[in-house]
Structures are given as C-alpha cells and as structure tokens.
Design a protein around this ligand. Sequence first.
Ligand SMILES: Nc1ncnc2c1ncn2[C@@H]1O[C@H](COP(=O)(O)OP(=O)(O)OP(=O)(O)O)[C@@H](O)[C@H]1O
Ligand SMILES: [Mg+2]
Length: 298
Amino acid sequence: MKDTGAALLILNGKGAGNEELREAVGALREEGVKLSVRVTWEYGDAARYVAEAVELGCETVIAGGGDGTINEVAGALAQLGADAPALGIIPLGTANDFATGCNIPLSPEQALQLAVKGRVVDIDLAKVNDQHFFINMATGGFGTRITTETPEKLKAALGGVSYFIHGLLRLDTLKADSCEIKGPDFSWQGDALVIGIGNGRQAGGGQQICPDALINDGLLQLRLLTSEELLPSFLRSLINNEENKNIVSASLPWLEINAPHDMTFNLDGEPLTGKRFRIEVLPNAIQCRLPPNCELLG
Ligand SMILES: Nc1ncnc2c1ncn2[C@@H]1O[C@H](COP(=O)(O)OP(=O)(O)OP(=O)(O)O)[C@@H](O)[C@H]1O
Ligand SMILES: [Mg+2]
C-alpha cells in the first residue's frame, strides 16, 4: 500500500553537507510532508534504499546527486515494474546533464518542491547488455586508459576543445577505430571517433550531443562522429550542431555495436568497457516528476 505523499530522499554522500537542502527538507516536513532521508557512501547503496522506499510505501523516491546517482535510482525503479514509486531529482552533481536537459531547477529548495509535488510523466530508460541502464546518455569512443586529468598532449594539439572532448569521454588517448553498428533498418560500419546514444540530449557539462532526443518517444538518438577529416573541424561542427557529412545520426529503438578492440562507454558518466554492446530503449520504464517546461518531452 502506498502512503500518500510520502517520499524518500536518497542523497549522494558528496552532497550531504548542503545547508539549503537541509532547510528545504525541514520546511516541507513542517508542511506535513512525510519525507525521509538516506545518505549513500558507495555504489549499490542507492538501490538498497529504493527497496526500503517500497517497504515504506513511498510515492516518490528522490535522487539527490549527479547523473550517476539518478542512474542508480532510476535503474532500481525500472526493475520494480508498474507499481514503482515515481522518481524525483535534486541536482547536486558536477555536470547534472540530465537535470539541466529537463529544466529541473538547480536550487535545492525549488527542485525538492518539484520532486515532491510535480506532475508525474512516463519516461523511457535505456538498457545495456541486459544488465546496465542509462537515463541520460551513453557516450563512447576508443581510448587506451581512463584518467581524470586532461592530458597535456591533447591539450597542446587541440587547445580548448580538448576540455570538451575530455569531459565527454574522460579518455586520455582519443583514437578512431573500426566498429559496426546495427539496428532496425540501420547499418553502419567504419571508423568512429565518438559515439553518443541519447535518451536525453546533453552530456559533458552542457554539450548537445543528441539534439533531437526525447525521453518519451520510445527511441534513442544515435550520433556518431566519423574520422575522415581532421579532428578539430569535427569537434567544431559537433559543438555548433551543424549537420556535417562526418556526423551520422539515427533514431532507433535498439542498436548493437561490435568492435574488434575494446571500447569504453560512459553510461551517465559511469564507465563500461567491452567489444559488444546491445543497447535498447525501455519505453515508459519509470515515472518521473518533471517541470511543465521540460524540453525533453515530445
Ligand atoms: N558518499 C559518497 N562519496 C563519494 N562517492 C559516492 C558516495 N556515495 C555514492 N558515491 C558514488 O558517486 C557516484 C555518482 O556520483 P554522481 O554522478 O551522482 O556525481 P557527480 O559525478 O559529481 O555528478 P555528475 O555525474 O552530474 O557530473 C557513484 O559512482 C556512486 O557510487
Ligand atoms: Mg557522475
């Protein structure tokens, strides 16, 4: 049985010191909203708290954190089926690409109001290799090593653009490599430099990688950058959103990627490495509380 209005806020431990949020939680409780708070320490905690929210009969589970936290909560909700609580979002991460793409307010107080009282909408999720989920985007490419620093070589070669590409992929060596991508009525083979598969539109801190994506159309937007031209000009065209012969674009319900060498996809910012990826949309997988001006709804 659901407890009307009850909500559980799952807060990434990185955001636990936010005073504005503490005040906003207090204010809502004074209004009579039954709001519990749990704080995560590591991967896996969020999913356990989602299970607790179901036991408590919560109508809403609120993810307080970045894209990675939303990913964990959304994935756990999707596995519950039809009677799952709705997802609310408080953006407390570094990039917050999903929340920003949805026009969710960045102020914790306003985001919390929306998360508890906002309109519920059915949205799609994407599933990868039957095991992983993403709510916002999978960005992939070929690289040898994952690092957290922008490498000096790339910076010297590309200037400011390297920050963008690095932020997008978090790879220290960007190489093109051959891969094969197949989907319904779609087939592509060639050298890919960057691949974006979007449920949402933006990644890498505001870059519109998949500008036509919608989160409730039952499709994923594939955008890939091929490597037949000099790197800096591609990147410019991607940044400016100009269509270009080096950009392949398709909207697909599923796709399969096969590569002879390892490639790494970031699923909402969390890395997954392999040679084969099957990515499929799960239409209407969860319910989410979104603002009326959410740009990702069709
Ligand atoms: N207390 C904690 N301290 C540090 N990391 C945590 C903690 N609790 C969970 N995590 C980990 O944080 C990661 C998710 O971080 P999240 O994406 O929410 O923030 P971010 O990376 O700063 O934001 P964004 O992805 O929007 O740039 C997950 O891998 C999760 O396991
Ligand atoms: Mg993250």
